[in-house]
Structure formats: C-alpha cells, structure tokens
Design a protein around this ligand. Structure first.
Ligand code: ADP
Ligand code: MG
Length: 410
C-alpha cells in the first residue's frame, strides 16, 4: 500500500485542555480526510507550572536534591509526553479514529547516550509503517528516544520538533506540520512586537538562523534535519485555519513587491535573554596567545558553551548563559584570571540573507538604538546576521525599535 504520510507535531499549549485536544483531533481528521496517514508527535501538556509539564516533573527532584542521576532524570522527563499521548489516543478515538501511542523507543528513534541532550543516530520506522498500514493514526511521544542499550533518553529543549523532523525524513513524509499557538513564523516574537508580520515562505537557512538566535517557534536542529531531505516544514496554528509559514529551499523568482522571499533583506529580529558578558583583561604581554588558549580550553573542558566571542589584543570578551556564569568565573579565577562579569544581558539579532550586500544596515541599527537611548555592550556581524548585546531591561525596546526601523511590521 502506498502511504501518503504527514507528520503533525503539536506543542504543549496545543494539548493543554480537552477543548484544545479536540482542535488537535480536528487537524488530524482533516489530514485523514485528505487521504493522509498522520503520524502525530506530541509534547507534554502545558507549560511551566502546569501539573503534567516537563518543568513540573523536573522540580519534583531538583528543588530538593542536587546531583540527580542523569539517567533517572531522563526517565522522569520522558513521562510528560507519555501522559499527553495517552490522553490524545482517547480524544482521537472519540473522533472515530483508531489510534495507537508509541514511545520514542517504540517508534524506532535511536539516540546516543548523552542523557538530557541526546542526538538521534537513526530512525527505524517499520513499526510506525505497520500501524499506518492497518489504518491507525500513530501518535509518537516527542522529545525522546532510546539507546542501543535500551536506555530512555531525552533530546533537550525543543526536542519534540526534532522528533517530528527525524520521523518526517525517515518516513519520507509529504510535509512536517509544526502546530503551535501562533499563526506562523513572524518577523519577531509577537509577545514583544505587536505588529509582527507572518512570513508566508522562508528558506531553511533563514529560519535556522532565526531559531539559533532565539526565535523559539521551531528548534534549529529540526530545521537542519528536514533540510537534508528537503522535506517541507509548515508552521501552523492549532487554533485557526491560517495557512501558516512554509519553510523550504525554494527561492521564488525575484519579483517586484515586498512579500517576495527573493528580495527580502531582513527576515526578522530574534532575541535571547539571560546571558552574562565576561570580560578578561590579559595583562601578561609575553603570553597573550597562551592566555587565549587557556581561557577557551578551560570553558570547553567544563562543557560550557560560549557565544559572542571577541578576542582583542588586550582582552577577551564572550557570553555564557546566566545560570552557568558562576561556574565559568570560578574556572577563570582558578586559572589566575581576573574576569569582570555583566549579568542579565540580552542578545538581539537582526537576521536576513540581504544584509551582506546592503550598505547602511549598521547605520540603521545604530540609529534605532540611539533613538531609544539603548547602550550597545558589544556587537558582531556575519553575512546573514547582525548581533547586538544590550542590557536585559533594554531588550524589548531594542527589538521593537529595530523591527520598526527596518519596516518589518504588518
Ligand atoms: P510549542 O509549545 O508549540 O512548541 P513554543 O513556545 O516552543 O511552542 O513556540 C511558540 C512561541 O514562539 C510563540 O508563542 C511565540 O511567542 C514564540 N516566538 C518567538 N519568536 C517567534 C517568531 N519569530 N515567530 C513566531 N513565534 C515566535
Ligand atoms: Mg517549541
């Protein structure tokens, strides 16, 4: 039987209440009525603070004990998706669909053994295919997999998007539909920018850059996986019939008009709050290269990921996430450095394929921030992105000002 497979992923807010789950079932029914065999990937119910959310489970242990075993932490964290998936089976049954729930392992998602942040090494989709051929809707718990040694693992933040993308590729799906609480990928986070505009089409590359810079509407790893096999991703809203955003390789011909992907200079503005800027003066003039080597080796050995790196002759600047800043500083002090820290900063990023060729982009950035009297603590650029580091209390203002300066609003 030739199956027309569609992966449909539903985030935490989409499965939060019986009414929402009925809307999820509506989207699944719609897919079935169009001749698709749906593979439904679910996240845990709700967000932080909700009774069955992953964060709530984490707090059951970490609020009381330190040094929680990572294997058991993953077992605990994998429960949220099992709960929402099991509930959704009944919802779908009530809509007249025969449905079956598979855990990540049962669905054939095989990972390495990096508990808490495991990577998918392969997908063995035969069990899913068998169920689909029997006419069932297959629900798969997102965010998790299993190692070759049968250990349950989780895939890290945004992991359900990654599960959906990996399944879409392994099953050669027609598309991977990511359903969430917004109507598509927008020019900025709509929680911050009121007139953020929905993008009809974006390239894998553009959304990857936006996602890496903090636009959490989709996880960048999911985009990278789907891109390998050119499976289209669509970002859609569970609660409306809006067409959403299509993510593809396709670059439509450059035409006159501003809605065209080809002539878009800036795709959007993203932000990442809660980072600490670390500044180290290198006093030992004789040994500067060694000092630089020592700093970054020290961070790497402690598994601390560094960002926004700027090495100058007499100083080294970089950022780390606020929650690991103390650890980073202690390491530096133990190595004999005297780091200066600026906590609670935010990285604001202007992303777009047209930046490289356009003169005056940085002048516009400077102007937008000056108009709001926002200090730039650090900046950097590549051919697709300009980053500025600002104080966290200036983040919203900076995002809004840049969005306006580049006329991204609807
Ligand atoms: P889910 O639980 O469905 O995975 P997420 O919270 O991970 O949902 O992602 C959806 C949220 O992403 C939206 O509610 C929105 O606030 C946020 N977001 C950030 N940047 C963007 C953007 N550029 N476009 C759309 N949404 C964005
Ligand atoms: Mg998400």
């Amino acid at each position: 039987m030739n199956l027309k497979i569609l992966v449909q992923k539903f985030g935490g807010t989409s499965v939060a209440t019986p009414e929402h789950r009925a809307q999820v079932a509506g989207k699944v029914s719609e897919a079935v009525s169009h001749g698709y065999s749906p593979v439904v990937v679910v996240s845990a119910i709700g967000r932080s603070g909700d009774p069955y959310s992953t964060d709530t489970f984490i707090k059951l242990i970490t609020g009381i004990y330190s040094d929680v075993p990572r294997r058991e932490m993953d077992l605990l964290m994998s429960c949220g998706e099992v709960i929402s998936g099991a509930v959704l089976v009944s919802t779908l049954q009530s809509f007249g669909h025969e449905a079956v729930l598979l855990t990540g392992g049962q669905a054939g998602i095989i990972t390495n053994d990096t508990f808490g942040d495991a990577r998918i090494v392969r997908v063995e989709p035969q069990k899913i295919i068998n169920h689909l051929q029997e006419g069932k809707v297959v629900i798969v718990t997102g965010f998790q997999g299993i190692t070759d040694e049968n250990q349950i693992t989780t895939l890290g933040r945004g992991g359900s998007d990654t599960s959906a993308a990996a399944l879409g590729v392994a099953l050669n799906a027609e598309a991977i539909d990511i359903y969430t609480d917004v109507e598509g990928i927008m020019t900025a986070d709509p929680r911050i920018v009121e007139d953020a505009k929905i993008l009809d089409v974006v390239t894998y590359n553009d959304i990857c850059h936006l996602a890496h810079q903090g636009a959490k509407v989709i996880h960048p790893r999911a985009v990278e996986i789907a891109m390998q096999k050119n499976i289209p991703i669509r970002i859609k809203c569970t609660f409306s019939d809006a067409p959403g955003t299509l993510v593809t390789n396709h670059q439509p011909d450059i035409a006159i008009g501003t809605d065209n992907i080809g002539d878009r200079i800036i795709t959007g503005i993203a932000h990442t709050p809660n980072v600490t800027q670390i500044c180290i003066n290198i006093e030992d003039e004789e040994n500067r290269p060694q000092a630089v080597k020592k700093i970054f080796k020290g961070m790497a050995l402690a598994d601390i990921s560094v960002d926004f790196i700027s090495v100058q002759l007499e100083s080294v600047l970089y950022t780390v996430r606020d929650e690991i800043a103390d650890k980073a500083v202690n390491i530096l002090k133990n190595m004999g450095f005297n780091p200066k820290c600026l906590p609670s900063c935010a990285k604001v990023s202007i992303v777009g394929g047209g930046i490289a060729d356009l003169p005056g982009v940085m002048a516009n950035v400077g102007e937008a921030l000056a108009e709001q009297n926002v200090d730039t603590l650090q900046s950097a650029d590549s051919h697709t992105t300009i980053w500025v580091l600002v104080k966290k209390e200036h983040m919203v203002l900076a995002v809004q000002a840049l969005h306006k300066k580049f006329n991204l609003g609807g």
